[in-house]
Write a protein that binds this ligand. Structure first.
Ligand code: LLP
Length: 434
């Protein structure tokens, strides 16, 4: 019924008044109640995708683990849901660790990530008793060893490797190649040195290797060569204690009606086959498989609602339509050239007969949310909905131009609940000292 069926949350419908509804809730009413910009998540969709990952891993890699990459969206209500669905969580900083603990995650299901963890972050993780630290470099091994020794602890670790394969995605979110700030490269045997250091330490328990290849991947063929490289590495270092292989996240989602991402099932089957085949062909016992999806869980479940303020037709040039948010709540179009396809939530059944440039309210010309938006003729006061904004939207939001970050509402089965209140102007200046 909707052109954006594969992009909107699966529960999206159009009401008899022509309003877009998600999770059984009318988005026009939600925007009136909570104001705009407003981020709305379909809780049922979040749970269903989390469960789909867990079930697919249980089928294709029994004993494996699904770790939600919380950088995609780390609201406490989201983390609580992910926890309830039985997933683990990837915290890439002290802040994400704090959020995971506040949401009630059992510490043993937390994986601490990051390419520059400081002593405070490592100390907090050790004090909390996190299950796994994914170590990134030799200096960090020394720091972790010191902090664990001080506490008389042994910390389980995975070593993050850059396998030297480049996935097909935007260069800003490709991480598998050797020329990367993340992890131990295989070049000059840096990764071998890392494993030796981890194995030598009486305060670290080396459990295996980690490699995240990139994000927003549609072409999954990169996992096969990456798994081969990792398996060769396991042979070189002696595979007895390589009991875990964490292949990272990366499954892409549809941002436009033309996008056809692989399913969760295909993704999990592909990574499991790639790793199992690589290990089996070298006669190695199969490792425990870990995957870290972020975007694929949070992305499609979330939409952002904006109110149209001004419409400016420039004769012979184009039409600009300004909305009440922009690069402060959705940086992806400006940072990666990401393309979104909006619709008008209060006239969701109207034909898109015009092309307008949808821009935000920020003092910067790059504040373009959608360069060429196909929409019905817009009016001031219309409610524009950008689908597929659930991942890396709110989590990358800023206060540029003193803009309060948006409120977040969860909807499910006709009920809605506010999970993050809108920021106030007082919040924005609260940390300043006069
Ligand atoms: N694991 C590690 C170690 C990662 O670095 C990432 C993402 C993930 C898992 C999750 O990847 P996902 O399943 O979400 O693709 N801000 C960018 C994305 C940055 C991804 C960073 N790392 C964007 O908006 O596209």
């Amino acid at each position: 019924m909707l052109a954006l069926d594969q992009v909107l949350p699966p529960s999206a419908t159009v009401t008899s008044e022509g309003h877009l509804a998600v999770g059984g809730c009318d988005l026009v009413e939600l925007a009136e109640e909570h104001g705009t910009p407003l981020v709305v998540y379909d809780e049922g969709a979040l749970r269903a995708t989390a469960r789909a990952f867990r079930e697919a891993v249980a089928r294709h890699a029994p004993g494996g683990e699904v770790v939600y990459a919380s950088k995609a969206y780390f609201g406490l209500a989201m983390l609580r849901i992910v926890c309830e669905e039985g997933l683990s969580v990837d915290a890439a900083s002290g802040g994400e660790l704090y959020a995971a603990l506040r949401a009630g995650f059992p510490p043993e299901r937390i994986h601490l990530h990051g390419n520059n963890k400081d002593a405070g972050e490592i100390g907090a993780a050790l004090d909390a008793g996190v299950g796994t630290v994914v170590v990134d470099n030799l200096d960090e091994i020394a720091l972790l060893e010191r902090e664990a020794a001080r506490r008389g602890m042994v910390q389980r670790v995975l070593l993050r490797i850059t396998p030297g394969v480049r996935p097909s995605t935007h260069s800003h979110i490709a991480t598998g190649q050797s020329d990367s700030k993340f992890g131990f490269p295989l070049a000059a045997r840096m990764a071998h040195a890392g494993v030796e250091a981890a194995r030598r330490s009486p305060h670290l328990a080396f459990e295996g290797i980690h490699a995240h290849l990139g994000s927003q991947l549609f072409d999954l063929s990169v996992f096969r060569p990456a798994a081969q490289v990792l398996a060769d590495f396991a042979v070189e270092i002696g595979a007895e204690d390589v009991t875990t292989v964490d292949i990272g996240g990366g499954l892409g989602i549809a941002y436009t009606a033309a996008d056809r991402p692989p399913s969760v099932e295909t993704f999990v089957e592909t990574i499991a086959e790639a790793v199992h085949e690589a290990w089996r062909s070298r006669g190695l016992p199969l490792p425990r498989l870990v995957t870290e999806p972020g975007r694929a869980i949070a992305g499609r479940a979330g939409v952002t609602l904006y109110r149209v303020g001004g419409i400016k037709p420039i004769e012979g040039v184009r039409v600009y339509a300004s909305v009440d948010g922009g690069m402060s709540d959705l940086l992806r179009p400006m940072l990666y050239g990401a393309v979104y396809e909006p619709l008008v939530a209060n006239r969701a059944d109207a034909e898109p007969t015009e092309v307008v440039r949808l821009v935000g309210k920020h003092c910067e010309s790059s504040d373009v949310l959608v360069g060429e938006a196909h929409l019905p003729p817009l009016e001031v006061g219309d409610l524009v909905c950008l689908p597929a904004t659930g991942a890396y939207g709110v989590s990358m939001a800023s206060n540029y131009n003193g803009q309060p970050r948006p409120a977040v509402v969860f909807v499910d089965n006709g009920a809605s609940r506010l999970v993050t209140r809108r920021e106030t102007y007082a919040d924005i200046v609260a940390r300043d000292v006069l």
